[in-house]
Design a binder for this molecule. Structure first.
Ligand SMILES: Cc1cc2nc3c(=O)[nH]c(=O)nc-3n(C[C@H](O)[C@H](O)[C@H](O)COP(=O)(O)OP(=O)(O)OC[C@H]3O[C@@H](n4cnc5c(N)ncnc54)[C@H](O)[C@@H]3O)c2cc1C
Length: 780
């Protein structure tokens, strides 16, 4: 080994730490062959999937086992040496770049440790390539649902760190929704377990905070991933449009109709032409202004009705043609064109800027028009290929970076595109992360206080900020600026040329937020404990707070409700009943239905992470909230997330606040993801046998049935009688979907016993009664 580079510890800025010293130490753990220090050997690791940045690591180390990873991290901790973890290096935000520090490569950790098909979960090492998991499950009727277009190369560690998405995340959710537990080595060398393999978790959602933390919170040693059943049937449609606006309207129409396609992707004309001119040609019409690639999947019974509905909506939006893939080969070809579109653009020009931003779905037509105009004004070609179903745009510009004038125009155009997306109520990244590339945009979507709160969260995991230094949160926003000057002054390659826009809607904080802040500050000064009170219906739950002073959350307004986007922003004092009523008036519903009084407030539901029967289909409150505003115990007003359905900008304060029982702050506002009410909504009761063993058998068979129910609860005889739906234990199931789908599910249930339709209001009554001593069990 030759020692040609030097490391600086951010703890002792200016004090150079010879790479040789660190290299020898690391070699003693992993062997000399697994440590690289020569510049020519390190060249491969100077870039990731995003062209335009080059950073030179001082050393690269490649452990081969989890044990070695822990030893390496502990050695780096002793040496106070900063490091950057790298998976496959396909990231598109410069996140895996190590600038003069240690690069910790995990591509040798490729073991699938365990597959538990019965419980649909697997434990994998971080270097396992995404697509390999699904390949390993062949013949078992299961797959790993997150499918970034880079899935043939990217690793699970990288997916976790970026909270990666992909085309099928529209229906199945992003990486976070498929991670049950993680083993992590923290930057100080401590090994911790986050989450729970059963999926149940109590306490702070540290797993939720870790996923998407872009390598800044620690190193994933293994991940317990949730496996998804293969759908019974799939239909893939290609709709082509002569006007991009029409395609965008079709997207809104499909979502508003309550259909949740597995995937809903858009490609515009420049992208189509690039794909068709490449080896990935998929038969897209090259004269179309845009095509939509739409996939519906699920139970065979309802699939053709959904596909016909999608086709009708596209035709209403003036689609020129709609084609349904006739077999698996055609489907694969249509998808290959989409998934390799970035690669196809590589033929157009030597360099490509890949952008990632999100806008509310209803803003797609005007945003796409604005992006087109920006491209024309700057004389650059913008190719749009993106996850239209969740408004996640990828405007990309092929260009020649060696032409300074063109590079400048691309730079300016991208800055303007970002600004347009933010002004439309969107955010700066939906799946690629902030990394280095988006650092400069963070102050445009988060206030100084929000950014400082994110830094405080990072410090919980990594107080020395040695893991992936200088990424995600611009350090000048942190209060501990001086302590981390070495990192803060690390050069950021490019600053966007956009003017900051206020983070809060309308640029103003609401009066109640300011009032609460003052009360909290006063209480902090006088060291008076506070008891946060919503409607006061559940104050004695769990371990009641003992405090003389109450902090009442009163503001109950719905701040913004956009039915077309299926999003609603409300103040924390709003009752769930009022939110549900507003949604119902628009044929929609909220995914929150906790047991207890309907007068209960949004704030309390989120603070306690209370869930009800709908959690079967829509998950817990953490899965239903897109963003929160909270006032922390020192009076800091922080926001996490945003108002769009996909968002990986910054560390996840939202999931952390939910279920924190008021211990991290007072939730003052939240944005909810809504659902469209289904075409048919049928509740049935399935009588259970009296004998426990026979009941257990029925429940096991129920678990294996192909159902797409919104709720399934098992209630005992006492509750069944109180609800007036039966005399003994039974299963209550809420079957939702189109008519054939609901009928088929009912038939499936009837194979287990007597099934009778019951009034749908049984769910509201169930949530309200729950007599002491009676039992309700969720089947999921
Ligand atoms: C052609 C192409 C298409 C893409 N399509 C998509 C898409 O559809 N959706 C999408 O979301 N992304 C997409 N991406 C981006 C990228 O593939 C994902 O972000 C992916 O999750 C990165 O995985 P990786 O193994 O390459 O991670 P890397 O690039 O190596 O690292 C990414 C980040 O993860 C951190 N990291 C890696 N491993 C670990 C670990 N074990 N513990 C802690 N931190 C770790 C790194 O420090 C870095 O910050 C695409 C990229 C390309 C090139």
């Amino acid at each position: 080994m030759s020692a040609s580079a030097h490391l600086e510890s951010p703890q002792a800025a200016g004090a150079a730490l010879p790479a040789k010293t660190i290299g020898s130490r690391l070699a003693s753990i992993v062997g000399e062959r697994r440590v690289l220090v020569r510049q020519n050997e390190l060249l491969t690791y100077t870039a990731d999937g995003l062209p335009g940045y080059r950073k030179h690591p001082a050393i690269a180390v490649f452990p081969g086992t989890r044990d070695e990873v822990v030893k390496v991290v502990r050695a780096l901790a002793e040496l106070h040496a900063p490091f950057v973890v790298r998976g496959a290096g396909t990231g598109l935000s410069g996140g895996a770049l190590a600038d003069g520090v240690v690069l910790l490569g995990l591509q040798r950790l490729t073991r699938i440790i365990d597959v538990d098909a019965e419980n649909a979960r697997a434990i994998v090492e971080p270097g396992v390539v995404n697509a390999v998991i699904t390949r390993a499950l062949a013949g078992q009727g299961l797959h790993f649902a997150p499918d970034p277009s880079s899935q043939a190369a990217c690793t699970i560690g990288g997916n976790v760190a970026e909270n990666a998405g992909g085309p099928h995340c529209l229906k199945y959710g992003v990486t976070l929704n498929h991670i049950l537990a993680l083993t992590v080595v923290l930057p100080d060398g401590e090994v911790v377990k986050l989450g729970n393999p059963t999926g149940e978790s109590t306490g702070y959602d540290l797993l939720g905070a870790f996923v998407g933390s872009e390598g800044c919170f620690g190193v994933v040693l293994d991940a317990t991933v949730k496996l998804t059943r293969d759908p019974q049937a799939v239909r893939t449609l290609l709709a082509d449009f002569m006007d991009v606006d029409d395609a965008a309207r079709a997207v809104s129409g499909i979502i508003a109709a309550g259909i949740v396609p597995a995937a809903l992707e858009m490609m515009d004309n420049p992208t189509i032409r690039a794909v068709e001119a490449s080896v990935y040609a998929a038969g897209y019409p090259t004269d179309a202004a845009a095509v939509l690639l739409i996939e519906v999947d699920g139970l065979a019974a309802g699939i053709d009705a959904d596909a016909r509905r999608v086709e009708a909506i596209c035709r209403e939006a003036r689609a020129r043609g709609v084609r349904i893939a006739s077999d698996a080969d055609e489907r694969a070809r249509l998808w290959q064109g989409r998934k390799k579109a970035f690669g196809a653009m590589g033929r157009v020009a030597p360099h490509l800027v890949v952008q990632d931003a999100v806008v509310p779905r209803t803003k797609l037509p005007e945003t796409l028009a604005a992006i087109r105009a920006i491209g024309e004004r700057h004389g650059v070609t913008v190719c749009n290929v993106f996850h239209a179903g969740d408004g996640n745009l990828h405007p990309n510009i092929p260009y020649d970076a060696t032409d300074p004038d063109e590079a400048r125009r691309v730079e300016e155009a991208m800055g303007e595109v970002m600004r347009v997306c933010i002004e439309a109520g969107g955010t700066i990244t939906g799946e690629h992360g902030v990394g280095l590339d988006k650092l400069g945009y963070m102050p445009l979507v988060f206030s100084e206080d929000s950014l400082a709160t994110m830094c405080r969260l990072r410090d919980v995991f990594d107080p020395e900020r040695r893991a992936n230094p200088g990424k995600v949160v611009p350090v000048h926003s942190c209060r501990e600026w001086g302590r981390h000057a070495a990192i803060a002054t690390a050069p950021v390659d490019r600053e966007p040329s956009v003017v900051p826009v206020p983070e809060a809607p309308g640029g103003r904080l609401r009066e109640e937020t300011l009032r609460l802040r003052e009360e909290i500050r006063a209480a902090q000064q006088s060291r008076t404990p506070l008891r946060v009170v919503g409607a006061g219906t559940w104050l004695d739950a769990m371990h009641p707070v003992v405090a003389d002073r109450k902090l009442e959350v009163r503001d109950a307004e719905i701040v913004e409700y956009v039915p077309g986007d299926l999003t609603m922003t409300a103040r924390a004092g709003a009752s769930l009943a009022s939110l549900a009523a507003a949604a119902r008036a628009n044929g929609q519903c909220i995914g929150l239905d906790p047991f207890g009084d309907e007068k209960g407030t949004l704030g309390a539901t989120l603070a306690t992470a209370s869930a009800g029967p709908l959690a079967h289909a829509f998950g817990t409150p953490r899965d239903n909230v897109l963003g929160v505003e909270l006032v922390t115990g020192d009076g800091t007003i922080a926001r996490g997330g945003g108002r769009v359905v996909k968002n990986v900008a910054g560390f996840d304060l939202t999931r952390l606040a939910i279920g924190s029982w008021g211990t991290l702050g007072v939730i003052t506002e939240a944005t909810l993801r809504l659902r469209a009410l289904p075409e048919q909504d049928l509740t049935v009761a399935l009588a259970l046998p009296a004998q426990p063993r026979a009941t257990a058998d029925v429940l096991a068979r129920l678990h294996a049935l192909p159902l797409a129910a919104w709720a399934i609860e098992v209630v005992d005889g006492a509750i069944a009688r109180a609800l007036n739906v039966g005399d003994g234990p039974l299963v209550l199931a809420r079957l939702a979907g189109n008519e054939p789908l609901v009928a088929a599910q009912r038939r499936e249930l009837a194979t287990l016993g007597d099934v009778a339709a019951v009034d749908g209001d049984v769910w509201a009554r169930l949530r309200a009664i729950e007599p002491p001593g009676a039992t309700v069990v969720r089947v999921s």
